[in-house]
Design a protein. Sequence first.
Length: 293
Amino acid sequence: MSLAAIMLTLLTCVLWAGNAVAAKFSVDTIPPITVSGIRFSMAVVVMLIWCRFERCTLRISKDHIPLILIGGFLLFSQIALFTIGVAESNSSHTTLLINTFIFWVVLSDHYVSRLHRLNASRMIGIGLAAGGAILVILTKPEPAGETPSLDEATLLGDILLMASGFVLAVKILFTKYALNKMDTGPFMAWHELIGVVFFFVVAAFTEDVQSEQFTTPAVLGLVYQGVLVAGVCFAIQAVLLKTYAASQISMFSFLTPVFGIAFTAMFRNDEMSSWLFVALAMIASGLFFTNRD
């Protein structure tokens, strides 16, 4: 990879790392399902602009409808679990636990799709990631200093985040299958639109949204998630994938939780324990070993 490609890949890692913090600022005042709906409404707009830029058609056939419906439901399930988990936990736990999705992807690639067999490197990565996740859930934080933490992690929130990681793995594997049947642009745009419909229907029956809940930090968090993460990250990765293999790009994913922990300390003052940093090292190392070629 060229230096420019490496710098762009690092930029996507940094932007992804800030997603948990941005989501936390949004759910501080806005109900989580509403946050998810607004976030992916922005993502749909970004995808439509991207499809226009790439001159790809949005037409679909009858055979594509089940694919986009299942994809939309998986998107709704994964993001709903994620956003509610963010509301019930803190940003540092979110950053670490959501990255355990690779654990399930690697196992499925070995036992279900049989595309990538388990080897010593991937087995080490799975063990490290699993051990790191257990440490995150079981260890208690230490006082952060004079400035109190803005958030408190709960067992319920951590379980929801782990469940979101599992559904994310299922969604990744289903997306691989769906993109063998239809083009990327139409699938991404339509399944995100279906997800948005699910979000707003559920929010209409379960959440009470008031205009005063849209504070400046909450709105900035939404823009970050909807434009920078769903827009800029997607565009950069799409451009990189035209030249470089996915394995080359994914190798850098172990840096995402590292940047994420730094952001949670800077912007949310999360309480840190020495064991949390051990868990960070284990999960980051696990991502590195599972993504090695």
